[in-house]
Design a binder for this molecule. Structure first.
Ligand SMILES: Nc1nc2c(ncn2[C@@H]2O[C@H](COP(=O)(O)OP(=O)(O)OP(=O)(O)O)[C@@H](O)[C@H]2O)c(=O)[nH]1
Ligand SMILES: [Mg+2]
Length: 202
């Protein structure tokens, strides 16, 4: 997609988790022969203008790159020496990706959503203009829990997010204030399934 397209949405894919429970990099697990990360950004590229992949190890995914995707190297936080663990969790990855975005809306995606559906993302994106200005994010909610790693955020949430992280916060659930989140319809209950340790179904 080019920047003149109708979407004006950027995707950030988070691919910097340690896959501890799975025991191997979830981004590289093949789904029908296609590495998970590639599947995710192919869908993202079909419905948004640009796709950024935030990761501390871009070299690992170099072969998967397409002209539509671009890495953002996750770096140590201010005050860190670089000797700390290389990952800080998804919220920090999101903040570092968001700083590079120049569209008003961002689609945030985990790299382990095997049931992700293009048409549902397109439906959500088509509704963005109707979302009230005071809403910072548009997410699915399950049993009062936000599903933060498959949803939409306004770019202007960055200063507030940065402040929260500087104060030591690392939790999407805690950061997201109920009043500032628009609830998206979950049109397919399977879509947000993410695999952590069991891939026997695939
Ligand atoms: N860029 C970035 N992405 C992260 C980080 N931590 C988790 N993620 C991503 O966030 C998504 C959800 O994370 P999890 O399901 O917990 O995956 P994970 O952290 O790799 O797995 P566990 O080690 O088992 O928790 C996945 O797409 C991860 O790659 C991080 O520190 N940086
Ligand atoms: Mg994790």
């Amino acid at each position: 997609m080019n920047i003149d397209s109708q979407y004006h949405v950027t995707t950030i894919v988070l691919a910097g988790g340690k896959s501890t429970r799975m025991g191997r990099d979830k981004a590289l697990i093949p789904m029908g022969g296609v590495p998970m990360l590639q599947l995710i950004y192919t869908i993202a590229a079909a419905c948004t203008d640009k796709v950024y992949i935030v990761t501390p190890w871009p070299e690992r995914y170099q072969k998967l790159l397409t002209p539509q995707s671009q890495f953002i190297l996750e770096v140590p936080l201010p005050g860190e020496t670089g000797n700390e663990p290389r990952t800080h969790g998804p919220l920090v990855g999101f903040m570092q990706g968001l700083a590079a975005v120049d569209t008003n809306w961002v689609l945030l995606l985990a790299c382990d959503l095997p049931n992700l559906r293009l048409e549902i993302l397109q439906e959500w994106i088509s509704q963005l203009e109707t979302i009230p200005e005071n809403k910072m994010a548009a997410l699915v909610q399950n049993n009062h829990i936000w599903q933060p790693l498959c949803g939409l955020y306004r770019r202007r949430c960055l200063p507030e997010l940065t402040q929260y992280i500087e104060q030591g916060g690392r939790s999407f659930q805690q950061w997201l204030k109920p009043d500032s989140v628009h609830i998206l319809p979950l049109l397919d209950s399977q879509m947000l399934f993410n695999f952590n340790s069991n891939i026997s179904d695939f």
